[in-house]
Design a binder for this molecule. Structure first.
Ligand SMILES: CC(C)(COP(=O)(O)OP(=O)(O)OC[C@H]1O[C@@H](n2cnc3c(N)ncnc32)[C@H](O)[C@@H]1OP(=O)(O)O)[C@@H](O)C(=O)NCCC(=O)NCCS
Length: 159
């Protein structure tokens, strides 16, 4: 059976947090971090991939116009490299567009070429490098996808 995509619920948090500590051993969010995010439902949208009762991946978006921020994106090792991460990111970009955001922003560790490769392939560009941002002194890349250029052109045509 292939993983099913749906909105994250409070009951998912323990399993999501378990996966978070596995995937981000140095900078995992605490369990309360996910609770706080889900509680802010006016600005946050979170999804999970579920496969036979287990969490295969999750992602979250925070939109405070005009910016949408990718808060997190993660796929369980067993499910990586099957296109699920790209689908989640596509969904977040689509959601940001629907919410009328002009830019999608994200932060990524400089030593994470898989994630950086995914983001670049979707049109994100690095706009800033923040030195020693993560534990262990690893730099962060701040990446942006501009949504407004395309929307602006559409508006010109319909004006
Ligand atoms: C980054 C991550 C979300 C990507 O999800 P995924 O489902 O494995 O990725 P996909 O299968 O959708 O592949 C998307 C792209 O990532 C890159 N990629 C995926 N697996 C890769 C690998 N093993 N080596 C190098 N690049 C890889 C490729 O560019 C790929 O595009 P392609 O399939 O067109 O070649 C996932 O690897 C992950 O959860 N990693 C650990 C947590 C993490 O780093 N999150 C991001 C924090 S900013």
């Amino acid at each position: 059976m292939s993983p099913v995509l749906r909105r994250m619920q409070a009951t998912d948090i323990p399993a999501v947090h378990q996966l978070e500590t596995e995937l981000f051993p140095e900078d995992a969010w605490p369990l309360a971090g996910f609770e706080s995010e889900l509680a802010q439902s006016d600005t946050r949208t979170y999804w999970v991939y579920e496969d036979d009762g287990a969490i295969a991946g999750y992602a979250g978006l925070c939109t405070v116009l005009p910016i949408a921020d990718v808060q997190t994106i993660a796929i369980s090792p067993k499910y990586q490299g099957q296109g699920l991460g790209r689908k989640l990111l596509n969904l977040m970009v689509k959601t940001a567009r629907e919410q009328s955001a002009l830019d999608v922003m994200l932060e990524v560790r400089f030593d994470n070429p898989t994630a950086i490769g995914l983001y670049e392939s979707m049109g994100f560009t690095t706009i800033h490098r923040r030195a020693r941002y993560y534990k262990g002194g690893v730099d962060a890349l701040i990446m942006r996808l501009e949504l407004d250029a395309e929307q602006g052109q559409e508006e010109e045509h319909t004006a």
